[in-house]
Design a protein. Structure first.
Length: 156
């Protein structure tokens, strides 16, 4: 019997096989490098989009707070208008009962209250326009946030 491995001097790999293995290792290394750089780019993009989403959410919150503030002012203005209008009606009823001199004083009060009502109604209209504008801003921010979420979902 011949001893194991004694009859051969050593197995040499064919040079073509070695070259193919080296080429595969180079290709795999290059692919790994490309994949890792793409992964870093995507992570950076993801962090940027998350930052945008946070900013959009903060802006949306600020717009919501302003909207609520204007709605509170709007409610106060309406209450004042209702109160003044009820006072106005009460004063008109009392004019018929009061003497002539007192009627003039009340008429002056009524004209002043009418002017105040007109000013408050103008303020009310202005606040309503601002409220509508803020509502449009809220809708725009919600659409932007939805678009960012879609883009983020797509990028992921």
């Amino acid at each position: 019997m011949v001893g194991l491995g004694n009859s051969r001097r050593g197995i040499k790999s064919p040079p073509l096989l070695v070259a193919a293995l080296v080429a595969c290792i180079i290709v795999l290394g290059f692919n790994y490098w490309i994949a890792s750089s793409r992964s870093v780019d995507l992570q950076n993009r993801l962090m940027e989009l998350e930052g945008r989403m946070r900013r959009a959410a903060a802006e949306r919150g600020a717009v919501e707070m302003k909207k609520n503030e204007f709605q509170g002012e709007l409610k106060k203005q309406r209450e004042q208008i209702d109160k003044i209008q009820s006072m106005h009606g009460f004063q008109i009823e009392n004019i018929n009962k009061i003497h002539r001199g007192e009627k003039e004083i009340l008429l002056n009060n009524i004209t002043i209250n009418d002017q105040l009502i007109q000013n408050l109604q103008e303020n009310l209209k202005t606040l309503q326009r601002k409220c509508e504008k803020l509502q449009l801003d809220v809708n725009r921010f919600q659409n932007n946030q939805t678009n960012l979420q879609r883009k983020l979902s797509f990028d992921m």
